[in-house]
Design a protein around this ligand. Structure first.
Ligand code: 0O2
Length: 221
């Protein structure tokens, strides 16, 4: 009987996680469509790259435990919203808001939450735009609305966040104050770089609009 119970439990978990995997697959297709169509229409690609991940069962259980909730599938579904995560890296800050708006306008997505850590960076310097979106997944016998956490950021924000993440875990979450201060300064520099790149990008776009042929000739040289 115990083996039978274990099998049943294992199947339930596999099916539970499958819904999140399908949600990510569907989301990736959405992003691919935006990317290709945008490239075609504007001859420019606002998305540098995307990366998706499913949270490991161990990490799901740790988070549930840390938040003090009971361990059950309904409890996981209710309290852990970032089981399926997708990160979109853009070239410029304006692209972040453009992509976010395009996603928010898609009628099959329900936007549950928007956290703007660009307008309001975290005290440590973390910057990104987070959307929590529910996407319908059609299974053989039911439809589920599955939560996906979308993080949209620039290359510079991504560079900063991945280094900060490594340092945070290297010091086992007790980072020396001097390093915290330097990380904050690095975040400010990354932000200044983002703003400068955006300015240059706009300037080039204006010139391109005014003299498309001349600019093309200059670029060839
Ligand atoms: P991992 O390993 O990326 O999955 P929550 O705990 O999610 O219920 P919270 O903390 O308000 O609620 O969520 P928030 O602020 O939306 O952040 C969730 C995710 O954003 C994190 O997931 C990180 O991926 C990223 N993030 C948030 N703050 C920071 C930060 O200060 N530094 C870095 N490098 N990333 C950050 P996880 O589960 O923490 O980690």
């Amino acid at each position: 009987l115990q083996i039978e119970q274990f099998r049943k439990f294992k199947n339930e978990i596999t099916r539970f996680m499958m819904a999140y995997k399908f949600a990510l697959d569907a989301f990736e297709t959405k992003i691919e469509i935006l990317k290709e169509e945008f490239q075609f229409l504007h001859d420019y690609n606002p998305i540098e790259h995307t990366k998706s991940r499913l949270k490991s069962p161990e990490s799901i259980l740790n988070k549930l435990h840390k938040k003090g909730h009971e361990i059950s599938l309904p409890s996981i579904r209710e309290h852990i919203k970032d089981i399926a995560g997708i990160r979109i890296t853009c070239s410029f800050i304006s692209d972040i808001y453009r992509i976010s708006e395009m996603l928010q306008n898609q009628s099959d997505l329900t936007i549950l939450e928007v956290k703007d850590y660009i307008q309001h960076p975290k005290p440590n310097g973390y910057r990104s735009l987070h959307l929590l979106a529910a996407i319908p997944v059609f299974m053989s016998d039911r439809q589920e609305n599955v939560c996906v956490e979308v993080q949209i950021r620039t290359i510079a924000m991504d560079f900063w966040a991945s280094l900060e993440h490594k340092i945070y875990y290297k010091y086992d979450k007790a980072v020396p104050p001097r390093l915290l201060q330097e990380l904050k300064e690095a975040s400010d520099s990354a932000s200044a770089l983002d703003r400068k790149m955006e300015r240059l990008h706009n300037e080039i776009a204006e010139v391109k609009e005014a003299q498309p042929l001349e600019l093309a000739e200059t670029m060839k040289r």
